[in-house]
Design a protein around this ligand. Structure first.
Ligand code: NI
Length: 375
């Protein structure tokens, strides 16, 4: 099993495909599942797939296990013998590791299906990086009946053999905004004949920072990042419009609502003060990833049984559409120590293959413990 999984990891690493283009990846995963006699559901997903394993000891709980499978538009610079064969694409976030370890768990659960009752649905999700795949999986309706969901992510901050497990919110809700301010264009020498949108936009960029510093609880993690500005195209014309966009990240659902409310108030108030109009486009992305306390307690026990050392994982205001699987049901998202010198999304990002087999065993044992009703 161990060599089979290493082979799969290397194959996936050599064949990275970005979101919604994971055709070869999907075919490879389907082949491995079918070679071992694991049923693949007819999901209608454009890429990615959902497999199902039914225990032979009768009905029981239905639980979900999820791996994402997409790569990034990054040119690999690791020097690995199994480096990417697809120019400009790389598994720089370790989703190849996720797919291979969850495949390992699926094959182990399938091999041992005579020992347990219930059902495990295994999701190989496309397009996590572009915040699209989780929603597509939800829309299939095939995971509606799962009572709980398990997943993990590689983490360079821990060595192989260490796993971050933490109760409560661990990754942020991700919202995106854009604001278009409209004034009245005119000659730069006659500002009184127009309404300059640039001072208004500048005031907005400054003022929205007060959401985190003045409106939110100082102990609550959150941020507002304005990342893109546009206005005008030359030095002697006051433009008609000015534009900004960026992102708001929060861990707490109430803070998420508060941040949006304050944002809208600040933009509207500033627009009124400067005599411009402001249109806001607000996009609600994935909610926060929130770990179920009982699953965390169980995960620590199971990790130790598998020879993995549990550690406390740090919160991040990065986002993950795994949060969608945790809406209305308990979920667990662990940080799998995979070592390496470089962080995720870096051209030299690597995972330590030594973490692969133990992670597969962890997910299989965790699924079995959940099927037995231990959490
Ligand atoms: Ni990732």
């Amino acid at each position: 099993m161990e060599s089979k999984l290493t082979e799969l990891l290397e194959w996936l690493h050599q064949h990275p495909e970005t979101g919604l283009e994971e055709h070869e990846t999907t075919e490879k995963l389907r082949q491995v599942l079918q070679t071992h006699g694991v049923e693949v559901l007819d999901s209608g997903l454009p890429t990615g797939l959902i497999a199902v394993i039914r225990g032979e000891r009768g009905d029981g709980r239905i639980i979900g296990l999820r791996a994402d499978i997409d790569a990034l538009p990054v040119q690999e610079d690791t020097g690995l013998s199994y480096a990417s064969l697809n120019a400009g694409k790389m598994h720089a976030c370790g989703h190849d590791f996720h797919a291979a370890s969850v495949m390992g768990a699926a094959l182990m659960l399938h091999e041992r299906r005579g020992e347990w009752g219930g059902t495990v649905k295994v999701v190989f999700q496309p397009a996590e990086e572009i915040d699209a795949g989780g929603r597509l999986v939800m829309e299939t309706g095939l995971v509606d009946d799962c009572e709980l969901f398990l997943a993990g992510h590689t983490y360079a901050g821990f060595e192989a053999g260490v796993m971050g497990i933490k109760e409560g919110p661990v990754m942020a809700a991700i919202d995106r905004f854009s604001v278009t301010v409209t004034g009245k264009g005119c000659h730069a020498a006659h500002p009184h004949k127009g309404i300059d949108p640039i001072p208004a936009l500048s005031a907005m960029v400054q003022s929205v920072q007060s959401i985190v510093s003045r409106s939110m609880d100082p102990f609550a993690p959150g941020l507002v990042s304005v990342t893109h500005l546009e206005a005008g195209n030359t030095w002697n014309v006051i433009p008609e419009t000015a534009f900004m966009e960026g992102t708001v990240r929060t861990l707490d659902a109430q803070d998420r609502q508060l941040a949006e409310k304050r944002f809208r108030e600040i933009i509207a108030g500033t627009a009124a003060a400067y005599g411009v109009t402001a249109g806001i486009d607000w996009h609600h992305g994935s909610p926060a990833v929130v770990n179920d306390p009982a699953l965390c307690v169980l995960a620590r026990k199971v990790a130790q049984r598998c020879g993995i050392t549990p550690a406390v994982q740090e919160n991040t205001l990065g986002a993950e559409d795994f949060s969608l699987y945790g809406q209305g049901r308990p979920a667990l998202f662990v940080r799998v120590g995979t070592g390496g010198q470089w962080p995720a999304h870096h051209p030299r990002f690597t995972v330590d293959p030594a973490a692969l087999y133990p992670t597969a065993v962890f997910f299989a044992e965790m699924a079995l413990a959940c099927l037995r009703g231990e959490a």
